[in-house]
Design a protein around this ligand. Structure first.
Ligand code: NOJ
Length: 540
């Protein structure tokens, strides 16, 4: 972590921690996390990990149909989480510790309980009718076009009262806002101003590419090759179409240019990072703008679905690097609240390799809450499931990756106070053994590795701002790359296999960091890697 005043373009290489407020820390004992709990546990982010910024998933008033990604009021705090005074305190406390605060902004859709939608739905001539997409049925009564929801079924919901359909790209409880209506745009930009005025340092923009659709709402063509741009299993119906009309219309770039100008108009360095699920890297990279005048960071999801092999990872990193506009910083996402847990996908041994990869690539790494202690997916019994995306016909349930943080071996893993009846999702049965406290007590733990990697990175010009170059001629089980800034050069070698390997070095150096413990070793000509070991070699 660096002092707040330090970096003009801090987001370029900031380590960002994604905090899932429902599951981080429960201060008031109702079984769900809250802002008070977050404040109590800020030290984990600053003193233990030393990250630069925290991104908070939504804490706004919400019926929680999609756990906060269905916002019923963009400018308040849901009472479950606290109130605006708690939020202001959180920002103050974070800033005092040198930690920047990024909040989630969900522009594509509101909750169906948002007063805007309640009004819009109330009658066909309500002034807010056009804030959402309302259309007549086709003559046979079917939906206005063939668009499908990312969750399941048609993206259109029929409203008996008015005899029209409304559009929802996700759940029916999440109606899509009509961004072509200037009043919607103005109201949503005011939301940004509201949080900027409260001192936030930036925004994570939910499904940033979706907000502009084909003005004529034409049918999507079919997708005979079934190419997925989500890099994850998705419902068959969604995969059966090429999504060229229901999102990412070129007009979307005008919106982000306007948002960039708004952010640039504020003092300090406020930023926006967008969640962009587009397989075509040119389309994805376009969100940085042609003149660096759109998003500061466009999150890339290729690695969440790529095979965990050196070849697949190298291919992804090189492709992303090649697609990036001059001067832009990448963010290759390894996991978040929408995916299976990283350690469940690749195993605990490779979770250490993932940590080194994440924190030694170029750009701004994102750590998803709990990955720093290797949390795995929890099998949530049916009667305690929460995620509606996981209901029949939808995608998998994301509950398993959203379970409460494991702080101690005490009651409720230290997530909730002892008197709490039940946490909102069950804890992993392994919490007595695997928790933050236990890992802090063990210098060989994954948590200590994250901590050492962040400390090392923060002091390394090559890792912070250096160039990236893949290194060829290494064993098949290994990935190697060179990060270089002036005379500072760090050679990273990662062993993805269960056998020891020898990797050639371009000269001599010192093993500054290993995923397997302290080595402090001088090496020349090559470096030996144990099974599942990764190293950073500082070249002399
Ligand atoms: C992406 C979010 O990460 C996910 O959790 C949510 O369900 C969808 N966007 C819809 O808002």
């Amino acid at each position: 972590m660096r002092p707040l005043s330090d970096a003009a373009t801090w987001w370029h290489n900031a380590v960002i921690y994604q905090l899932y407020p429902l599951s981080y820390a429960d201060g008031d004992g109702d079984g769900t996390g809250d802002l008070g709990g977050i404040i109590q546990r800020l030290d984990h982010l600053t003193d233990t990990l030393g990250v630069d910024a925290v991104w908070l998933s939504p804490f706004y008033p919400s019926p929680l149909a999609d756990h906060g990604y269905d916002v019923a009021d963009y400018t308040d705090v849901d009472p479950r989480f606290g109130d605006l005074a708690n939020f202001d305190r959180l920002v103050d406390e974070a800033h005092r510790r040198g930690l920047r605060v990024i909040v989630d902004w969900v522009p594509n859709h509101t909750s169906d309980q948002h007063p805007w939608f309640v009004q819009s739905r109330s009658s066909a001539d309500n002034p807010r009718r056009d804030w959402y997409y309302w259309r007549d049925p086709k003559p046979d009564g079917s939906p206005p076009n063939n668009w499908v929801s990312s969750v399941r079924g048609s993206a259109w919901e029929y409203d008996e009262a008015s005899g029209q359909y409304y559009l929802h790209s996700y759940l029916p409880q999440q109606p899509d806002l009509n961004w072509r209506n200037p009043a919607v745009r103005a109201a949503m930009l005011d939301v940004l101003r509201f949080w900027l005025d409260r001192g936030v340092d930036g925004f994570r923009i939910d499904v940033a590419h979706r907000i502009m659709k084909d003005p004529q709402l034409r049918d999507n063509p079919t997708n005979p090759d079934r190419i997925s741009d989500y890099y994850k299993p998705i419902n068959d119906e969604y995969l059966s179409q090429r999504h060229i009309h229901d999102r990412a219309h070129p007009d979307v770039h005008g919106v982000y240019r306007q948002i960039r100008a708004l952010l640039d108009g504020y003092d300090g360095d406020r930023m926006a990072m967008g969640e962009i699920h587009l397989a075509d890297l040119a389309d994805w990279a376009a969100f940085y703008g042609t003149q660096s005048d759109e998003l500061h960071l466009a999150l890339n999801f290729w690695l969440t679905g790529a095979a965990w092999t050196p070849t697949a990872i190298r291919e992804a990193v090189e492709a992303v690097e090649a697609a990036l506009p001059q001067g832009a910083a990448p963010t290759l996402v390894l996991g978040n609240h929408d995916y299976h847990r990283l350690a469940s996908r690749i195993g605990q041994a490779q979770a250490r390799i993932a940590a080194m990869l994440l924190l030694t690539l170029r750009g701004a790494p994102l750590i998803f809450q709990g990955d720093e202690i290797g949390l795995t997916d929890v099998a949530v019994p049916e009667d305690r499931r929460r995620d509606r995306f996981g209901e029949p016909g939808g995608r998998w349930s994301r509950d398993g990756a959203r379970t409460p943080m494991q702080w101690t071996s005490g009651p409720h893993a230290g997530f909730s106070p002892a008197h709490t009846e039940q946490t909102w999702l069950p804890l992993s049965p392994d919490y007595e053994r695997n928790n933050v406290q236990a890992q802090l007590d063990d210098p060989a733990s994954l948590l200590w590795l994250y901590r050492r990697l962040i400390t090392y990175r923060t002091a390394s010009p090559a890792l912070l701002d250096g160039s990236y170059a893949s290194v060829g001629g290494v064993p098949h089980a290994c990935l190697a790359y060179l990060r270089k800034a002036g005379s500072d050069a760090v050679f990273v070698a990662l062993n993805f296999g269960d056998e020891p390997q020898e990797v050639d070095l371009p000269g001599a150096g010192v093993v500054a960091l290993s995923t397997a413990g302290t080595r402090n070793e001088t090496v020349e000509g090559s470096v030996r890697l144990a099974a599942n070991e990764g190293v950073c070699v500082e070249l002399s």
